[in-house]
Design a protein around this ligand. Sequence first.
Ligand SMILES: C[S@@+](CC[C@H](N)C(=O)[O-])C[C@H]1O[C@@H](n2cnc3c(N)ncnc32)[C@H](O)[C@@H]1O
Length: 295
Amino acid sequence: MLGERPAVFHTNENKDFLRDILDREAVRVWQQSVVKRKLKYLGLPAAEMLDVVSWEPFLSTFTTIEREENQQHLMFLRANVNDIEHRMKSLYGEFDDILISGRDRYGHSPDWPFDLINLDYFGGFIYSNLSRPRAIKKLIENQSNYRHGFLLIITQHLRDGDVIGAKATLVEDMRRSIKSLCVDQTLIESIDNVMDWFADATTPDIARQALYMNVFLKDKGEAEQFDVKCQPAIHYVGTGHSSMIHFITELRHRGDAAHRIASEQSLVDVVDLNVRTLDHGTLKSMFKRPQLRPA
Ligand SMILES: C[S@@+](CC[C@H](N)C(=O)[O-])C[C@H]1O[C@@H](n2cnc3c(N)ncnc32)[C@H](O)[C@@H]1O
């Protein structure tokens, strides 16, 4: 079992703002400007299904994943009350296991592909068995098998089991790969400044976490022929003062390609994304930090 296990999800003001204002707008634009038909949703809506209810005008069907029996039961009641039960398919168990094995606790499988995937889970990203990165990689591969673009929303706790080593390795790998792409030697100093800032022990870990996730999604997406566009990560305080981090990523499939994609948003653009923090309905930049491309 991964991470600590809060029994029941309770929403709060920050979460409501994200779901009902920011995410809802991203979902609306994805539906109306990109997909142009109602969206097939896969996600973890919890018993109250607040995301499904808020985004319902843009959704066709929804596949839900839940590991707590009582929450599953309440979810059915909620869907019934909202008269959306006929559009819902429920999967039971840990989402990592379901994505990796392709089956839930009762042998049921997700009906791939999806247009909108909302992984809103308890716990962090990297644990020693790497099941979470493997699950998300599998999800991207499944979508790619159908050459199907999607909007991916991920919310996780800023609390990882053994990430210090993994994140430090990433920063050094990125330092090398950005330098190797750089023909202008005068920029080497600014690359070192930025990477030293990420590596510094006094830099808040959330900066490394945001970089880690966005680079992970970009890397796995591009390998599966998606043009990947990351947004700046958002930090917010969740229920019980937990530190949460939220990512919205657009993955557009380039069906004509067999090679690895170079997204319109470059690696330099992704490194330069600043984390934003949500404070009573306002988003602010979280750090003053060096940039690869000074503003
Ligand atoms: C944060 S809540 C979802 C909130 C909802 N998306 C919203 O916008 O209000 C997460 C739900 O997924 C379940 N859950 C958390 N981690 C899970 C995991 N690893 N596998 C399966 N279910 C999980 C929890 O029991 C909870 O009901």
